[in-house]
Design a protein around this ligand. Structure first.
Ligand SMILES: NC(=O)c1ccc[n+]([C@@H]2O[C@H](COP(=O)([O-])OP(=O)(O)OC[C@H]3O[C@@H](n4cnc5c(N)ncnc54)[C@H](OP(=O)(O)O)[C@@H]3O)[C@@H](O)[C@H]2O)c1
Length: 276
């Protein structure tokens, strides 16, 4: 079994730099893929109440030492208030068959939310040990500017911002902002849902290192000290996405990938507030 390197969050919790994304993995497929991933050496699993696969994950992890796992789940955005966060977490814990989450995220911000009220619930869960860390997802710099003073007031460390991040959406200003406040970025859709696989420049860079385009993209993300959670369902892809720790991209290659971006945002639902 291979060991995936960890990154330290601002509350000292360690998170494996590669995790398994599980969106669109439902029921039996999810249980099968997570079991296979654990065999291969994954220990970090990303889920959410909205993915409707927490029970399947529970089935896959039931014989695995809990302390070796890093499980992230997320509270969905609809009607979110203090009590819904508490209830949603309780439900996720029950479905996952665990007494704590390693990270629990606000899935989508929304300017009509009462953030202070909602974050008080996350703080209660954090103080009770039901969640080992707290984070957000899909936050722009504007959102973070609103949220950080509330976190400070509540003494609730904001550990991660999980956002879309891949060679076609290099969010360097957001990364700079997060680095400044010691918030780690978790890159979702790190393979642009497979769209980067046939990129010619990534293929050329890959030839130099004898790596695939997906491995080059994941390594580019990793060398920015960013955690990535690629979703994969075949054993071949699961193994390939973990096999990125035995080479290092040169600065020139990193710069070339930095410049690839065509600002392709794949996840852009109608309720998103990227521009606010
Ligand atoms: N917080 C949020 O709002 C949010 C939003 C979106 C996603 N996420 C999280 O991020 C995770 C990953 O994002 P994603 O699922 O959107 O997309 P992704 O990880 O960028 O791409 C997944 C796609 O890439 C393919 N793939 C995986 N490994 C590959 C490889 N080595 N070679 C070629 N193709 C490969 C997969 O195919 P196979 O399945 O056939 O292997 C699948 O079609 C999600 O599962 C979810 O956990 C969070």
């Amino acid at each position: 079994m291979k060991n995936i390197p960890n990154i330290k969050l601002n509350n000292n919790l360690e998170i494996p730099i590669i995790g398994l994304g599980t969106w669109h993995l439902n029921e039996e497929e999810c249980a099968r893929v997570v079991k296979k991933a654990l065999e291969i050496g994954y220990t970090h699993i990303d889920t959410a109440e909205i993915y409707l696969n927490e029970s399947a994950i529970s089935e896959a992890i039931k014989n695995f030492p809990r302390e070796k796992l890093f499980i992230t789940s997320k509270a969905w955005t609809d009607n979110l208030d203090y009590y819904r966060v508490i209830d949603a977490c309780k439900e996720s814990l029950a479905k996952l068959g665990t007494i704590y989450l390693d990270n629990y995220l606000l899935h989508w911000p929304n300017k009509n939310m009462n953030y202070e009220n909602i974050f008080k619930a996350f703080k209660k869960l954090y103080d009770e040990g039901k969640i080992k860390s707290f984070g957000v997802s899909n936050c722009t710099i504007h959102h973070l500017k609103d949220l950080l003073p509330i976190c400070k007031k509540l003494r609730l460390p904001l550990t991660v911002n999980q956002v879309e991040f891949h060679p076609y959406l290099y969010q360097n200003e957001l990364l700079y902002f997060c680095n400044k406040y010691n918030i780690k970025i978790v890159a979702y859709s790190p393979l642009a849902q497979g769209k980067i696989t046939d990129n010619k420049k990534l293929q050329d860079i890959g030839k130099k290192y004898d790596k695939t385009t997906t491995q080059i993209s994941l390594r580019w993300i990793m060398q920015k000290n960013i955690i990535a959670i690629p979703k994969a369902s075949s054993e071949k892809h699961l193994k390939e996405n973990m096999n990125i720790f035995n080479f290092e991209l040169s600065n020139d290659d990193i710069k070339e990938i930095d410049g690839l971006g065509n600002n392709l945002r794949i996840i852009n639902p109608s309720f998103a507030e990227f521009e606010y």
